[in-house]
Design a binder for this molecule. Sequence first.
Ligand code: URA
Length: 249
Amino acid sequence: MNAKVPPKAPMARLDRLLANLGYGSRREVGGLVARRQVMLDGEVVKDVGAKIPIVADLPERMKISGKPVDPPAPLTLIMHKPLDVVCSHREAGRSVYELLPARWRARMPALSSIGRLDKDTTGLLLITDDGPFLHRVISPRANVAKRYVATLDRPLEGTEAEVFAAGTLMLEGETDPLAPAVLEPLGPKQARLTITEGRYHQVRRMFAAVGNHVTALHRDRIGGLDLPPDLEPGDWRILTGGEQASLFA
Ligand code: URA
């Protein structure tokens, strides 16, 4: 078993590890062990206090009741957020977390979205339990761009790109002007908008500030990461290391 463990892999007690992955209380995990439901590298684990290496390939090595164990932290997901789900644990209504396996709601550290999309916004959403990574993506210093396609109630007037690029636009109720943003018209009532901040309802409020109204909003890119075309609304998967890096490209 030890031959496969990288020398610096962090270790955790089995009962703590599985409790933190949402498999139940440490006592319930003890029950799984007593019923010989936990296997590591093809062997039954008999000791709830066994030290388990926290490695990315743990799901290939550990089985719980015959099924691969859930991926350990740090875990980052990419989701195509559908309409009518909320990003907050606290907000009323169906949440993006309900699209994930139920057990994952009990994970510690908890999964949370990197920034939020409104209930009626669709598109690229990242969900992570990796606090430092989350802060790196949302930090103003990182300047990670978010790109949206906005469908509008009224035709563009032609002056919006200049107004948004100026770096002087003030949103209602705010005291700091917005950072410059890039608008590319896609049609009379549709535009791509790239912003580097993440203020509350920012895109909708930007168009409201120039007398328009967003009727549909979709995020298709964060940094250098595009929403994969094969990820249908409601679909999600684990973000690869290469995709993580592309966020900062
Ligand atoms: N701006 C908005 O107005 N809504 C979103 O969901 C994202 C950005």
